[in-house]
Design a protein around this ligand. Structure first.
Ligand SMILES: [Zn+2]
Ligand SMILES: [Zn+2]
Length: 139
């Protein structure tokens, strides 16, 4: 299994390398993750602070620490808004939005967390038809 992965934002200005060992891989259904991702859940892997290196565009990264939250934060590219890795407030761990990594296979998903906060429509989504790009092109 590969242990090092390239990451980038959508516009490509921010680039980074992320290494394992990966401590956890969670899909988080909490309301903060849903709202800040605009999606069903956050999808984050965690790795020690020394294992993330920005190789381009670190000056384009803006960080947001949610007031009143103990830990919750975000970091994103100021050009395109894509999430990028951010350091936990105790500076021990990087939280890495796994969708930004190329061909990630460093760890299997450990758990879907805050399952009781999942969107009302999510259970139905798991049963929706699967369509490939080819299916969509032909429909
Ligand atoms: Zn970008
Ligand atoms: Zn969450």
């Amino acid at each position: 299994m590969a242990n090092e992965f390239e990451g980038a934002c959508l516009c490509g200005k921010v680039q980074y390398m992320v290494k394992g060992p990966f401590l956890r891989f969670f899909l988080c259904h909490c309301s903060r993750c849903r709202r800040s991702s605009g999606s069903a859940h956050g999808a984050n892997v965690f790795t020690r602070a020394a294992n993330v290196t920005f190789t381009a565009g670190e000056d384009k990264v803006k960080r947001f620490d949610l007031p009143d939250a103990e830990q919750f934060a975000r970091a994103f590219c100021t050009e395109c808004g894509s999430p990028v890795p951010y350091l936990s407030r105790d500076k021990k761990v990087y939280v890495v939005a796994v969708g930004g990594l190329k061909d990630f296979e460093g760890r299997k998903v450990d758990a879907m967390v805050h399952w009781d906060s999942r969107s009302a429509w999510y259970d139905g989504a798991l049963e929706a038809p699967r369509k490939t790009a080819a299916d969509l092109a032909n429909s």
